[in-house]
Design a protein around this ligand. Structure first.
Ligand SMILES: Cc1ncc(C[n+]2csc(CCOP(=O)(O)OP(=O)(O)O)c2C)c(N)n1
Ligand SMILES: [Mg+2]
Length: 358
C-alpha cells in the first residue's frame, strides 16, 4: 500500500465523529496541563523523575481513542496518558509517579511507567523495542483463541533500529495478527536526530518490506490520526497488521533527566511550535464549528482544577507499607517469605522509626 495523504480525511468531520474528537481534544488539554505541572513538581524535588508527552498529545490520544475497551496497548515511552482516556482514574495514575500507597504498583516500578490490566495497558518499555515482540505475541494469542482483540503497539523512531522491530514486523506480517504498530516519529532519539539514525528516514516504508500495509500520517493533526487509526484498527480486527508512522515532534526534553539545549537548535523547536498539536487541533475543530473560545477556556479551567485536586490528593498519601514488599510474587508465598514478612513486621513494631528517610 502506498503512502496515503490524509488531508481529505482531516477535512472530514462527520457528525458521528465530532463529539469524540471534542472529547479527545479535552483529554489533550488535560494531558498537557498534567505534564506541565508534573515537570514543575520534579524540579521542586517532589517527584524523582517524569516522562512527558509534550508535543505528542494528538499522536498518543487520537490513536488510542480508536480502540475498544477489550483491546490492548503495549506502549513505548510517551503513551501513559492513553490510560486516562480509556478510563483509568487520575489519582492512582499520579500515585504511581509518587510511588506511594495509592500506587497500584506499590512503588516498585520506575516513575511514569504506569500499567494496569483494568484498562489493558502494559508497562512503558524502558528497553527500547522489546514491547513490540510482546505485542505480536499477545495478538497471536488473541487470534488463536478466536478473540476479537486488537493490540496497539507503540514505538518511537529510534525503536525502528532495534532488532525487535524487525522481528515483530516479520512475525506480524507472516502470521497476519491483529496488531497496529503506531510509530511516533518525533524526530529525536534522545540526542540523535532521525536522519542520523537511519539511512531510510521514511520510516513507514520499513513495514512494506515485511508485507505489512503501512502509511504515513500527520501525527500533529488529531483528526488525521483518529481517522487513520480507526481504519487501521478496523482492518486489524479479524484481519492483519499495519504500520502507521505518525509524524510529530518532541517539543520538550527526552525526560526530566535531559537537557536538549545541549544538542538541539532552539530555532528548530520554535518552528515546530507552529505545529503544536494543541494549536492544530484547535484550528481543525474551530474551522468545523466544533470548538469555540468558550469551550477552550472551560476545558483549560477544568483541566487545571482537576489536575490540582488530583495532585493534592495523591501527594497526601503515605509510602507503601513495607509488608507489601512480599506481595504479588507468588500466589502462595513459600515458607521462607512468610517467615521474613513476620520478622520484618516484628522489627518494625519494635522500632517503627527505623524506616529509611523517617
Ligand atoms: C535497548 C535500549 N537501547 C538504548 C536505550 C537508551 N534509550 C532510552 S530512550 C532512547 C531513545 C528512544 O528514542 P525513540 O524510540 O525515538 O523514542 P522517543 O524517546 O523519541 O519517544 C534510548 C536510546 C534503551 N533504553 N534501550
Ligand atoms: Mg523519537
Amino acid at each position: 500500500m502506498a503512502v496515503r495523504q490524509r488531508e481529505e480525511a482531516a477535512a472530514s468531520l462527520e457528525p458521528g465523529r465530532r463529539e469524540r474528537l471534542r472529547e479527545i481534544y479535552r483529554w489533550m488539554i488535560l494531558l498537557r496541563t498534567l505534564d506541565e505541572r508534573m515537570l514543575t513538581l520534579q524540579r521542586q524535588g517532589r517527584i524523582g523523575f517524569y516522562g512527558s508527552c509534550y508535543g505528542q498529545e494528538a499522536a498518543t490520544l487520537a490513536s488510542a481513542a480508536a480502540l475498544e475497551p477489550g483491546d490492548w496497548i503495549f506502549p513505548a515511552l510517551r503513551e501513559q496518558g492513553a490510560m486516562l482516556l480509556r478510563g483509568f482514574p487520575i489519582v492512582p495514575f499520579l500515585c504511581q509517579v509518587f510511588g506511594n500507597a495509592g500506587d497500584p504498583q506499590k512503588g516498585r516500578q520506575m516513575p511514569s511507567h504506569q500499567a494496569d490490566a483494568s484498562v489493558r495497558q502494559a508497562s512503558w518499555s524502558s528497553v527500547i523495542g522489546t514491547q513490540l515482540t510482546h505485542a505480536v505475541g499477545a495478538a497471536y494469542a488473541a487470534k488463536r483463541r478466536g478473540e476479537p482483540t486488537v493490540v496497539m503497539a507503540y514505538l518511537g523512531d529510534g525503536a525502528t533500529s532495534s532488532a525487535e522491530f524487525h522481528q515483530a514486523l516479520d512475525a506480524a506480517g507472516r502470521w497476519k495478527v491483529p496488531v497496529v504498530f503506531c510509530c511516533q516519529n518525533n524526530r529525536w532519539s534522545i540526542s540523535l536526530p532521525v536522519d542520523r539514525q537511519t539511512a531510510a528516514p521514511e520510516l513507514w516504508r520499513k513495514g512494506l518490506a515485511y508485507g505489512v500495509p503501512s502509511e504515513r500520517v500527520d501525527g500533529n493533526d488529531l483528526v488525521a490520526v483518529h481517522v487513520a487509526s480507526s481504519q487501521a484498527v478496523g482492518r486489524a480486527r479479524g484481519g492483519g497488521p499495519c504500520l502507521l508512522e505518525l509524524v510529530t515532534y518532541r517539543l520538550g526534553a527526552h525526560s526530566s533527566s535531559d537537557d536538549p539545549t545541549r544538542y538541539r537548535d532552539p530555532a528548530e523547536v520554535e518552528r515546530a511550535l507552529a505545529r503544536d498539536p494543541l494549536v492544530v487541533g484547535r484550528e481543525r475543530l474551530a474551522a468545523a464549528g466544533a470548538w469555540t473560545d468558550e469551550d477552550d477556556a472551560r476545558a483549560r479551567r477544568d483541566a487545571a482544577g482537576e489536575v490540582a485536586r488530583a495532585i493534592a490528593e495523591a501527594e497526601a498519601l503515605p509510602r507503601p507499607a513495607p509488608g507489601t514488599l512480599f506481595d504479588d510474587v507468588y500466589a502462595e508465598p513459600p515458607w521462607i517469605l512468610a517467615e521474613q514478612r513476620e520478622r520484618l513486621a516484628a522489627e518494625l513494631a519494635a522500632a517503627p522509626r527505623r524506616r529509611p528517610g523517617e
